[in-house]
Design a protein around this ligand. Structure first.
Ligand SMILES: *[C@@H]1O[C@H](CO)[C@@H](O)[C@H](O)[C@H]1NC(C)=O
Ligand SMILES: *[C@@H]1O[C@H](CO)[C@@H](O)[C@H](O)[C@H]1NC(C)=O
Length: 267
């Protein structure tokens, strides 16, 4: 149990302690506030772990090994768990049975308590299709500043997604990828190569950041329902489309249900 909590923390801490983090320019004032809020919510800071343990697995940003090691599933689980508490093996480059580093984020199964994954500033280029499938508690997925071209299926429990500064293109996001994420509040996809707004957007979404992509157009009903003018999308207050070739003046009906106009080019 503790080992699993450690896993969650370790991923997060590895990112936080990465020296390159200072260079990252968060694209919103609210970003940091939100992360803090989430921190408080999950209270990771109260998990008693000494600094030494965290340092053992600090692998970034040299990041030449970043495969996730599955949790122990043998009959000796108890014994192995104790061992793991002294030397967490989440990101284990030295294990002989691991293949050479390939920039692939591997599957990790049955991480029942894992709520947050933060692998900011690594060299991740590929993610296994089932990498995030068995994470029933996953709330936050931060994969900023990697080389990801394609997202696997994501858990519908996610509240916060940041895949900014990656290489997501035309086919980088699955159809209707976010549709059933009823709790999703923040979707940050800044600095990719997306050519469309991923639809449909979940109803509770508050912030959609798509600046510096390659979006050329949208439909009148991307955000609103042109057939039902009483529909209001009241949660979505923060839409960023600046840095795209889109001309927002072409779809004047598209913002009628929104509390605020998207940020972007209106000329
Ligand atoms: C129009 O939208 C409102 C608010 O979402 C909803 O209550 C109503 O049922 C919708 N009407 C139709 C005809 O879909
Ligand atoms: C943007 O769209 C508006 C409305 O269609 C049009 O008048 C304007 O010329 C467009 N601007 C550019 C730069 O294409």
């Amino acid at each position: 149990m503790l080992a699993r909590l450690v896993l969650g923390l370790v991923i997060f801490d590895a990112a936080v302690t990465a020296p390159t983090l200072e260079l990252i320019n968060y694209d919103s004032e609210t970003y940091d506030a939100t992360l803090e809020e989430l921190d408080n919510l999950y209270n990771y800071e109260n998990v008693p772990i000494d600094q030494a343990e965290i340092e053992i697995v600090t692998v970034m940003p040299s990041g030449n090994k970043e495969l996730l090691t599955p949790p122990p599933q043998t009959e000796d689980a108890q014994e192995e768990e104790e061992e793991e508490e002294s030397t967490p093996r989440l990101i284990d480059g030295s294990s002989p049975q691991e293949p050479e580093f390939t920039g692939v984020l591997g599957p990790h199964t049955n991480e029942d308590d894992l709520r947050r994954i933060d692998l900011t500033s690594n060299l991740i280029s590929e993610i296994d299709e089932d990498a995030f499938q068995k994470l029933p508690q996953l709330r936050e997925l931060v994969l900023r500043d990697n080389k990801i071209r394609q997202l696997p299926e994501l858990p519908t429990t996610l509240m916060f997604i940041d895949i900014s500064h990656n290489r997501l293109g035309k086919k980088g996001i699955k159809q209707e990828a976010f549709k059933d994420m009823y709790d999703l509040h923040h979707l940050y996809l800044t600095d990719n190569n997306l050519d469309h707004i991923p639809l449909p957007l979940p109803e509770n979404l508050r912030a959609l950041h798509l600046q510096n992509n390659n979006i050329l157009q949208m439909h009148e009903d991307t955000f609103c329902n042109v057939k039902n003018l009483t529909y209001i999308r009241k949660a979505l207050e923060d839409i960023r489309l600046d840095g795209n070739p889109i001309n927002l003046s072409k779809t004047p009906q598209a913002y009628m249900c929104l509390p605020r106009l998207p940020v972007g080019s209106l000329v």
